[in-house]
Structure formats: structure tokens, C-alpha cells
Unconditional design. Structure first.
Length: 266
């Protein structure tokens, strides 16, 4: 199953990253080419300009205040993909392959100003509330393992959570548990196919072309259907993940978020 998904994702990535345009972009920055490591733009005015640019270019994913949303909290001062000014600069310039972090191509000056702003955010976030150990028990009780993979164990219907503490903010983790329909991961689109003979199969869309559609059904079986055999295909706007609002009490949700935020494996 995983191999099928990885192949599909890999194909999309090659298309997105292997294009000559992407290659051109990667060398378009003089500071990147010359290996500049120090931020030349760190005055209060630079930080203010960086904040303005951040709010228009980055806030949709990293939050208005940098504390994260679908993208990670950037106030932690420790970054998975490199914590130096140069690493931040290159991650903005090139994006981070294989993740939801796009290349945001701006002038070198604007990118350095954003780096200065991100730096100014350090430790404003503070620690995540809640008890991760108690949160793990909530995870077990709620049977999240049925659909999610952590450290070598679990189901494949939902995303691998092994490194979710790096990838996502506490805010996004909480929203994912309470309101999964709000922000559905593009790799986990739900579909229902209705074969001509009757019945229906629901699952996660893996692949589709003009003639056939493949999905992963609720038992994690790969199912393939020729389109000519189908009465219809319904594309769900809801997540396959149920909402746990009201099913897990407030304190336990906080503990669960603390547990997920602590997951920083590779
Ligand atoms: C479309 C959503 C999106 C936009 C827009 C976006 N990012 Fe990201 N960014 C992400 C995601 C998702 C990640 C997590 C990558 C991963 O899986 O580790 C990320 C990662 C990062 C990282 C690395 C964090 C780490 O721990 O190493 C930095 C730094 C960053 N983004 C800065 C920015 C800045 C600055 C901007 C605006 C110029 C920006 N991002 C725009 C989604 C986005
Ligand atoms: C029936 C399967 C299923 C169950 C049970 C389930 N999930 Fe999910 N989960 C999914 C799917 C599918 C997605 C991706 C679609 C989406 O974003 O809603 C998802 C997304 C998530 C995300 C977002 C991951 C990311 O990278 O943004 C988190 C966090 C999460 N689930 C946590 C949990 C927790 C905690 C539990 C138990 C309380 C749980 N899930 C139970 C299927 C499930």
C-alpha cells in the first residue's frame, strides 16, 4: 500500500521539482550562490518590513503571529531543517522538497528581512500545555492507532504522525482532532465509488486517470475500478477522520496535543 502511495507522491514531486523552472529558481539568488551566511538586514526597520512580508506570504500556513497553523510554529528557535540564518534563507528560497513548504521567491533583501522577523519571534511561543505521557494514553484509548502510524506501528488510512511535532503547530494539531473537515490533507482525499451492480466502496483516493480509479478502502486494501464499470464517483468534502469533539474531554485533548507535539522522530 505504502509503495503505491509513495510512487504516486514521488511522481507528483518529480513534476513539481524536476522542471527547468524550478532549477532556474534555485540559482537565481546571488546571496545563495555566494554562500552568504550572515543576515545583512537586521535593523528594527528590517524586522518590521519582514513582518509585513511574512503576513502576506507566510501567515496563511505559519499563522499571523508565526505560531503556526498547517505549517509549523516558527517561534521555537529550533528548526528541523536547519536553525542558522542561512538555512532559514535557503528554505524560503527553495522550499523544502517533499513537504508542504513551497519556494517563496522574493528579492534577497526581502528574504533576509523575513529571516530577521522569524528570528525576532524566538521563544514567544512558550512550551505547549498538557502532559504528553497522559496524552499517549488518550491516543491509545481513542484507537487513533487504527489509522495512524507512529514509530513503526499503526494503520495507513491517515498520515504518518512520527514527526508531526516538527511538521505542525499545536494549534493545527488541536484543530485536526476537533474539526478534521476544516483542513484536509490533499493526499488524503476521500472518495466513494458506486459500481454498476450496486453497493459502494469508500476510501482514500490514491490515483486516478481517464479510465480507472484506485483507492485504499477502510480495510487498507488497494482497490482499482475501471470507470466504465461505475455508476458514479462521489468526492467527499469531509475527512475520513471522525471529529473527536465531545468524545474526548478538554483536559485530555490538551494532553493529546502535547503528546503529538512531542513526536519528533524522523
Ligand atoms: C503553503 C503553506 C506554506 C507557506 C505559504 C509557507 N510555508 Fe513554511 N512550511 C510549511 C510546512 C508544511 C512546513 C513543514 C515542513 C516539514 O514537513 O518539516 C514549513 C516549514 C518551514 C520552515 C522550516 C521549519 C523547520 O522546523 O525547519 C521554515 C523556516 C519556514 N517554513 C518558513 C516559511 C516562511 C518564512 C514562509 C514565507 C516566506 C513560509 N514558510 C511559507 C508550509 C508553508
Ligand atoms: C478512521 C481513520 C482515522 C482515525 C480513527 C483517526 N484519524 Fe487522524 N486522520 C485521518 C485521516 C484520513 C487524516 C487526513 C485527512 C485530514 O487532514 O483530515 C487524518 C489527519 C490527522 C491529523 C493531521 C495530520 C497532519 O499531518 O496534518 C492528526 C494530528 C490526526 N489525524 C490525529 C488523530 C488522532 C489524535 C486520532 C485519535 C484521537 C485520530 N487522528 C484518529 C484518519 C483517522
Amino acid at each position: 500500500m505504502t509503495r503505491v502511495r509513495t510512487a504516486a507522491v514521488g511522481c507528483v514531486l518529480t513534476l513539481a521539482l524536476g522542471s527547468p523552472l524550478a532549477a532556474q529558481r534555485r540559482v537565481a539568488s546571488l546571496d545563495a550562490q555566494q554562500g552568504r551566511t550572515e543576515n545583512p538586514y537586521t535593523s528594527a526597520e528590517d524586522v518590521a518590513a519582514g513582518q509585513t512580508a511574512f503576513r502576506s506570504r507566510c501567515a496563511s500556513c505559519h499563522g499571523f503571529d508565526g505560531m503556526g497553523n498547517r505549517g509549523p510554529d516558527l517561534t521555537r528557535d529550533v528548526f528541523r531543517h536547519g536553525s542558522s540564518d542561512r538555512a532559514l534563507f535557503l528554505n524560503i528560497l527553495n522550499g523544502i522538497a517533499g513537504t508542504g513548504m513551497p519556494s517563496v521567491r522574493l528579492s534577497d533583501k526581502e528574504m533576509w528581512q523575513i529571516v530577521a522577523y522569524v528570528r525576532s519571534l524566538r521563544r514567544q511561543g512558550g512550551p505547549v500545555d498538557g502532559d504528553p505521557v497522559a496524552g499517549r494514553q488518550v491516543y491509545d484509548r481513542a484507537a487513533c492507532v487504527r489509522c495512524h502510524w507512529i514509530d513503526g506501528e499503526g494503520g495507513r488510512l491517515g498520515p504518518d504522525l512520527t514527526s508531526v511535532g516538527w511538521r505542525r503547530s499545536a494549534r493545527h494539531l488541536r484543530a485536526s482532532i476537533l474539526d478534521p473537515d476544516d483542513d484536509i490533507d490533499a493526499d488524503y482525499r476521500q472518495v466513494t465509488v458506486r459500481p454498476r451492480g450496486g453497493g459502494a466502496t469508500r476510501g482514500i483516493l490514491l490515483n486516478e486517470d481517464a479510465f480507472s480509479i484506485q483507492l485504499l478502502d477502510s480495510l487498507e486494501r488497494l482497490r482499482s475500478f475501471p470507470k466504465t464499470d461505475l455508476d458514479g464517483i462521489e468526492r467527499g468534502t469531509a475527512s475520513l477522520m471522525p471529529s473527536f469533539e465531545g468524545r474526548i474531554n478538554a483536559a485530555d485533548v490538551t494532553n493529546l496535543v502535547a503528546y503529538l507535539a512531542s513526536l519528533k522522530g524522523e
